[in-house]
Design a protein around this ligand. Structure first.
Ligand code: SAM
Ligand code: SF4
Length: 322
């Protein structure tokens, strides 16, 4: 079992499968892109499986595949099949920008993917283009509809909230979620990835909640992982607020992160990481590999330090996977 020096039990691993992306969200990626790592530097599917297996042996029960954009990874459904066959892994999910998801929704469900979070920051196509550099807003809407049609469990929309950009859409998002039968997650903009974050662009989740409550009645639900959750009265949809800056949730953090190039990171912010790629490439598995997880755990600090808006992470969000 993985319990860190602050008594937190780790049951959740986020796995970035690529640092590549087909979008250029301004808060995440520099417009010119990022220096991409070579194919040899990326973990193979077999290496990812070895690492996830070790994590499951240590008590991890939930894995989320992310990126970059995970659907850019060639043969991604094959990785899903491999991981879905791991016993005692209760939950296999992914986070995607949705652009490539709709045509693959059925295949991925069949492969064993249980849940999907789709990132969408605006319901206005022109804003989407401005913010992500892509014109394929309609493809993301199709992704939401395909996820519902294929009966994924609890389809969620991730919305990063940026003051002066999309904070006027809170009510529209709530109505959209209710209409489509999905769940909403509003995420505070974090100072990670590039220098997009500024105090003017930040909006506290509580302020946004008040705006949502002008449109619908909310009743509190138990905390769901890092999100403060509410039921929208009169609807099966829920709305959650992930407030890493205004209400840090580090005390209950239950996760580790694996980068696409094979480094285990105890925290999204900060710079600590343990290289698993080389040991696994040299055949390490079993107890020796599990020991490296304990080493990463020892590096897990009590809380993140976003340091007044300056990022402390040495990696971009797309490398770590959010
Ligand atoms: N490309 C996929 C996507 O966009 O869903 C998966 C990777 S993306 C890095 C994972 C999540 O991180 C997305 O929901 C994205 O909106 C969020 N994210 C990226 N940069 C962020 C930032 N600076 N602050 C808050 N959330 C961020
Ligand atoms: Fe790509 Fe996701 Fe980052 Fe947007 S948030 S640039 S879709 S990795």
């Amino acid at each position: 079992m993985l319990i860190d020096t602050h008594g937190r039990k780790i049951t959740y691993l986020r796995v970035s499968v690529t640092d590549r992306c087909n979008l250029r969200c301004r808060y995440c990626m520099p417009r010119e892109g990022v220096p991409l790592r070579g194919h040899r530097d990326m973990l193979s599917f077999e290496e990812i499986e070895t690492i996830v297996r070790a994590a499951v042996e240590l008590g991890v029960r939930k894995v989320r595949l992310t990126g970059g954009e995970p659907l850019l990874r060639k043969d991604f459904p094959k990785l899903v099949v491999k991981l879905a066959s791991l016993q005692r892994l209760d939950d296999l999910a992914m986070t995607t920008n949705g652009v490539l998801f709709a045509p693959l929704a059925g295949k991925l469900k069949q492969a064993g993917l249980k849940r999907v979070n789709i990132s969408l920051d605006t319901l206005k196509p022109e804003r989407f283009r401005e913010m992500s550099g892509s014109g394929d807003w309609a493809g993301v809407i199709e992704a939401v509809e395909a996820a519902v049609k294929h009966r994924y469990q609890r389809v969620k929309l991730n919305v990063v909230v940026i003051a002066g950009y999309n904070d006027d859409e809170a009510g529209d998002f709530v109505r959209f979620a209710m209409e489509k039968g999905v769940h909403l997650r509003f995420i505070e903009l974090m100072p990670l990835g590039n220098d997009f974050w500024s105090p003017d662009r930040a909006l506290a989740g509580d302020e946004l909640r008040k705006r949502v409550e002008r449109e619908v009645s909310l009743s509190p639900l138990p905390q769901d992982g890092v999100a403060t959750e509410y039921q929208i009265k009169g609807s099966p949809s829920t709305v959650g607020f992930i407030n890493p800056l205004s209400q840090p949730f580090c005390r209950t953090c239950n996760r580790l992160r694996l980068t696409a190039d094979g480094f285990l990171r105890p925290c999204l912010a900060g710079q600590s990481e343990i290289n698993l790629r080389e040991p696994v490439r040299h055949g390490m598995s079993g107890p020796a590999l599990r020991r490296l997880f304990y080493e990463a755990l020892r590096l897990k600090g009590q809380g993140h330090r976003f340091n007044g808006g300056r990022q402390e992470s040495n990696r971009l969000m797309a490398e770590i996977g959010g």
